[in-house]
Design a protein around this ligand. Structure first.
Ligand code: HEM
Length: 401
């Protein structure tokens, strides 16, 4: 048994001198105590894991659980999603074999082969949103979040699921309310109900009028009940929107703040796939994840973990571990891709990762191709970040060209 590690008073989330680097305390912990104790917002003392091999190892360990009733969020979220039994279809909060049934129902839609067929349409969408961004410039700067990152991410996930774009403002509001600590509990509950209400109406529509989108296909296949369909649809919308939108905006900010990387990518678009992998690793927008609980008493690297202990697995710290790659704190778009954890690992690894990769590549290629002179319209220090949201990013990104 190793010596008892220190207990940290919460998940370190403060950004230091650089908005792209995780809290410096995570790096210090990773070096000295890659597995340590942490106090969760409800006072429970669980674990914080920051080392790459340790995070990866526990994500693949079947003794770790994602069961909703065992989970505790490492940040105080407005809607106490903690420790509640998962609703039918809430597969993110289930373990195999229950999880496997839902995962299989949607996985075929996100295969690499099927995703490739979406390239022409995604390219067209990026072009349209950039046209609108150019038109909206007028004399002043443009907010890239509102004008490009969010509309792009929303239109991709809406088209895939078959959500009419007219519903976008409603789900945009709902997702934002759910994922920030600044919402009141009432607003967060209302946000979730709005999302579920939207999906319920859509499922009814698809039943009346079959189509070839994901939701309509799931309805026709008949493997899931309406209640399950509504939840699966809400999970996909929520999981695929905020993540991609924040990666597009924060990725652009990172490229603008590393002009030599911006120039390298603009000069050689064959680097785009590598650049996307590197930005995913370097930025790790799912910075408060992953969240697990110990499913049975176990020993891990000399630590005794008890069934029911909450575990915070820091993807952000793991992706900056020198055990993963050389110069982990350097953004290098020419880097040979490394097996980062920005999409997680194991059975809950991101089901939409191929779509996200394609969407990001097309977004960055289109943006840099169209506006090679893109630049920040305000000093970088004035760009407001989302340090305390469950998905990291920027609130606005004023740009000009
Ligand atoms: C850049 C964009 C994205 C990032 C960084 C990202 C990241 C992640 C991560 C880290 C996980 C694992 C969470 C865990 O193990 O606790 C995850 C799971 C998931 N992601 Fe993504 N994601 C992105 C885009 C998408 C898209 C476009 C979709 C499409 C709908 C999607 C759907 C999901 C779903 C459904 C899960 C849960 C899978 C399961 O529990 O089996 N994600 N994502």
């Amino acid at each position: 048994m190793t010596e008892v590690p220190p207990t940290v008073p919460g998940l370190p989330m403060t950004r230091g001198r650089c908005p792209f680097d995780p809290d410096p305390e995570l790096g210090a912990l990773r070096a000295d105590h890659p597995v340590t104790r942490m106090e969760f917002p409800d006072g429970h003392v669980g674990w914080l894991v920051t080392g790459y091999p340790q995070v990866r190892g526990l994500l693949a360990d079947p003794r770790m659980s994602s069961r909703g009733e065992a989970l505790r969020s490492p940040i105080a979220l407005p809607m106490a999603a903690d420790r509640t039994e998962p609703a039918p279809g809430m597969f993110t909060a289930m373990d195999p074999p229950e999880h496997t049934r839902y995962r299989r129902a949607v996985a075929a839609w996100f295969s690499a082969r099927r995703t490739r067929t979406l390239e022409p349409r995604l390219t067209e969408l990026a072009g349209c949103h950039l046209d609108a961004m150019a038109e909206g410039r007028g004399d002043g700067p443009v907010d890239l979040v509102a004008r490009f990152a969010e509309p792009m991410a929303a239109s991709v996930i809406c088209e895939l699921l078959g959500v009419p774009l007219s519903e976008r403002p409603a789900f945009d509001r709902a997702v934002k309310t759910l994922f920030t600590v600044h919402s009141s509990a009432e607003d967060a509950v209302a946000g979730w109900h709005a999302l579920v209400g939207l999906l319920r109406a859509l499922v009814e529509e698809k039943r009346a009028e079959p189509a070839d989108d994901l939701l309509a296909t799931l309805v026709t296949e008949g493997r899931l009940t309406d209640e399950e369909l509504v939840t699966v649809g809400s999970v996909l919308l929520a999981a695929g929107y905020d993540t991609s939108a924040n990666m597009i905006a924060l990725g652009t900010f990172a490229l603008l703040e590393h002009p030599e990387q911006f120039a390298a990518l603009a000069a050689d678009t064959s680097l785009a796939e590598r650049a996307v992998e590197e930005l995913l690793r370097y930025l790790t927008v799912v910075h408060a994840g992953g969240i697990r609980a110990v499913g049975e008493d176990l020993e891990f690297e000399g630590h005794r973990m008890a069934a029911g202990d909450a575990v915070s697995l820091s993807f952000a710290a793991a992706n900056r571990d020198p055990a993963l790659c050389a110069r982990p704190d350097t953004l290098d778009v020419t880097r040979e891709p490394v097996p980062h954890l920005a999409f997680g690992h194991g059975v809950h690894q991101c089901v939409g990762q191929q779509l996200a990769r394609l969407e990001l590549r097309i977004a960055f290629e289109a943006l840099l191709g169209r506006f090679p002179g893109l630049r920040l319209a305000v000093p970088a220090a004035e760009v407001r970040t989302r340090a305390d949201a469950i998905i990291y990013g920027v609130q606005e990104l004023p740009v000009t060209w």
